[in-house]
Design a protein around this ligand. Sequence first.
Ligand code: SRM
Ligand code: SF4
Length: 590
Amino acid sequence: MSTVEADPLTHNAPTAGGLLGENDGKMAKVEALKLASDHLREPLASELENGESHFSNGAVQILKFHGSYQQNNRDHRRRDWSMMLRLRSPGGRIPAQLYLALDGLADRYGNGTLRATTRQTFQLHGIPKQDLRTVMGTIVRNLGSTLAACGDINRNVMAPAAPYTTAGYPAARRLADDIAALLTPQAALGAYLDLWVDGEMAYRLRPTPKVRKINRQPAPPAVHSGDEQEPLYGSRYLPRKFKVGVTVPGDNSIDVLTQDVGFVIFTDTMGRLMGANVYVGGGMGRTHNKEDTFARTADPLGYVQGRQVLALVKAIVALQRDHGDRQSRRHARLKYLVHDRGIDWLKGCLTHYFQGEIRPLRKEPARTLEHYLGWQRQGEDRWFVGLPVMTGRVAGPLKDTLRELVQRYQLDLRVTPNQDILLCGIAPHQKQDIQDRLDAVGLQQSALVEPTGSHGIACPALPTCGLAITESERLFPDVLARLDALRQSLGIGQPLLVRMTGCPNGCSRPYMAEVGLVGSAAGHYQLWLGGAPGLTTLARPVLDRLPLAELEAVLRPLLSCWVRTAATKSFGAFCQDYTTEQLQGLLGTP
Ligand code: SRM
Ligand code: SF4
């Protein structure tokens, strides 16, 4: 038992007027909306078919839990509303049938593109409000779901996208599925089916056998929210979004330290889950000039045995439900709880929610960002091919080719956290035809291995994102091309990990990159340096307003110092050897 004194346990209110939690007195507005929503139905249900082009603010908040954001096209002068839809797809798996449905929906109702996200799923943009029901319903009827893809709840669970059949990968994928099922909201699932598929229960997300088992086992009373309909989340759900990722030792494709809860699993020789190292309190979101908001890498919590992993996830969710900040949304993520109160407090508090044992971490090999690009074996008799997709945007000839291939060979897809796509389950005799068709859209064998010396990801930003300060996706191809030209002019052979966003929320996890560009003012970006290629270290801000036009002028002296003095190191490791002031001194003048 820990000696740390835990706070008195308070639970979500079963109904309005009940106990509201330790931080109440001054609830954030969204808290009241969630509470009054009848488990995420209203005012969404009433506004769904009211003939308006857009939802009220209250309905917008509830809509998020159903996987959709209302957006305004910021390229247009007048308000131009449409909906963005985001799927949930644990480990990035998109069955062929679902992909084909999405492809058709994007053309018929959306903006004609699909977008692979940094959390391994697809988004559709540009859906008119009046078509939302049809589009959601079609997704659900084609084996998909958008439930809890957004909102104050557990989001898409990440796992290595590669469909490898050995070395713990299948167990990591299974665990991601189990966690996704375990953390599926119950009452909200009913509301979801009612709204989008007329309550057809055939489409409910069924719990996996492991989840059924864990839900039958007695848990400490603190885990229960006090709300019989929504036993884990309660009627106010979580204070903020919550993100979980699972991986295997050495494979850091999921950016494990950026998750609220990250698992690195260990398996036995039969591939069975033995246990997991657990990391808690990671997160990227911050706000410029508000130093009490920050990006943070997760702290190690310890090692838990395989049969206790699901109970631990539930326990951490319940703890965050009860102790997360419900007054200030800016301070509501688990990372602030871990930062403010410390990992020892968290461990102590967890004893009220979790009966298992937390042991010291097990040793892990060095972490690398696996891309899985190109042709690779998927078990004995199948192949998969990883396709680099610039900023995850599936459009034009690439979209046509993917549709044709998926249609012809019924291939499942997997989306990687690097916004790339894996075409899976390819039989040996199908390989040549598939490669020929990929050649036709510029994805020759050589291009599949490493798309560019500066591989990177960028968030959508303008015109769809309401929070964008600057461009990101639309300028990113040019930024990468310019950085590659700069590398070549300096004779640099090593790749650079580059990530870009249009604001400090960090959707492309820029604070883990070797070069992070974070929109700070029109045409200007905060420059972050010092992340590692294996995504193990948080970068540091070195310039607040880098004019993008001056990118080369600013970076050239620093890159050239790197290649002259420490070319055997990665650029990130080189930057880590210097203080921020020293790095600033090595940059060129904008
Ligand atoms: Fe994000 C909000 C897009 C991954 C941190 N994110 C948004 C919104 C919904 C803007 C909004 O609130 O109005 C963006 C919609 C833009 C659009 O037009 O589509 C948006 N986030 C994305 C995606 C599509 C970026 C991408 O390039 O793929 C990613 C969708 C992931 C998914 O499939 O679920 C996406 N967002 C992330 C990640 C990365 C991750 O999860 O691994 C982060 C950083 C990790 C984290 O959560 O700390 C991230 N998004 C945020 C935040 C800051 C959260 C915070 O703690 O402060 C916001 C703003 C917010 O929540 O208030 C945000
Ligand atoms: Fe929008 Fe900012 Fe996220 Fe980019 S990082 S999608 S600009 S919220």
